[in-house]
Design a protein around this ligand. Structure first.
Ligand SMILES: [Zn+2]
Length: 293
């Protein structure tokens, strides 16, 4: 396959239509690092060729498209998304939003590992919420991946780029799809609130405070018998409680408190997740235990 992308001397991952013609493109092969020539003739599809005339290196269009998409979002520092009520809450945004929100992300990491997921991008919004961003071309997130995001309480967005085949690739249109278009984006988690509210687990107490709050507490440590218990508020408003260093007695204290507050054990994270409508009470109880011993 012809190479459509290369690395510019500025280290930018570029498409062949973004650079000057010939050696003036100032690029090297993304696979082997050899200088390349941008061929932008009238007959063949525009592409990069090794300056030595060597055969083109094997490359994958799909991974190149991912890499390009990541560059665009990182450079823009955010993207427009559509938000349903559930997504707005998970993102710590108010309920009175229009259907389109510009998600500004002061920090965006590539290929960061979160639990057992590694989204293409992990963005932190101005409200301090982490959001996973997945770019999809030929393979899309399945139910298991959605469940992983649900378990992590990590809002995650999937961007569908399948219409941008190698011949249909156009820098401006791909940028528009990534940054401005809403139709190609869908939330992997949270799903629409209506679906969540129909779930078979009715809350034991009426949720008096519409959680989550805009500014959630990242982590609180309470100390019981010299051992630390971490209480982390998740973007959804639920809290995750875990014993930082294993101690059977302290684990048993946490288990007892968690069970009293409808906690569910997440073995992959060694933590108990307490639903948001019990979070305040569970936190207060742990603080009281810490103060008493
Ligand atoms: Zn090469």
């Amino acid at each position: 396959m012809l190479a459509l992308f290369a690395i510019h001397s500025s280290n930018r991952f570029v498409h062949v239509t973004e650079v000057e013609r010939g050696l003036a493109c100032d690029c090297r092969c993304a696979e082997c690092g050899e200088p390349v020539i941008a061929r932008q003739g009238d007959v063949r599809e525009h592409h990069f060729a090794h300056s030595s005339n060597a055969q083109p290196c094997a490359s994958s269009y799909e991974s190149d498209l991912h890499r390009f998409a990541k560059r665009v979002i990182v450079e823009a520092g955010g993207l427009a998304v559509s938000v349903n009520t559930a997504a707005a809450r998970a993102l710590g945004l108010g309920d009175d939003l229009g259907p389109c929100v510009l998600l500004t992300c002061p920090s965006i990491e590539e290929e960061a590992v979160v639990g057992n997921r590694r989204p293409d991008l992990l963005a932190a919004t101005t409200t301090g919420v982490s959001v996973g961003i997945e770019v999809a071309y030929s393979s899309f997130c399945d139910l298991q991946k959605r469940r992983d995001y649900e378990d992590l309480c990590l809002p995650a967005l999937e961007i569908d780029l399948q219409s941008f085949t190698p011949t249909a690739f156009n820098v401006g249109l791909v940028e528009h799809a990534l940054l401005k278009d809403l139709a190609c984006k869908s939330w992997l988690w949270p799903e629409r609130l209506e679906a969540v509210e129909l779930s078979p687990e009715p809350p034991a107490d009426p949720p008096s405070v519409p959680a989550p709050q805009r500014h959630f507490l990242p982590e609180e440590i309470v100390e019981v018998r010299g051992r630390w218990i971490s209480i982390k508020e998740l973007p959804s408003g639920d809290i995750a409680i875990k014993v930082v260093r294993y101690d059977p007695d302290v684990v048993s204290v946490v288990r007892t408190v968690a069970r009293q507050h409808s906690g569910q054990y997440r073995s992959a994270y060694f933590s108990w997740v307490i639903p948001r409508f019990r979070a305040k009470a569970a936190r207060a109880q742990l603080r009281a235990i810490a103060a008493a011993v």
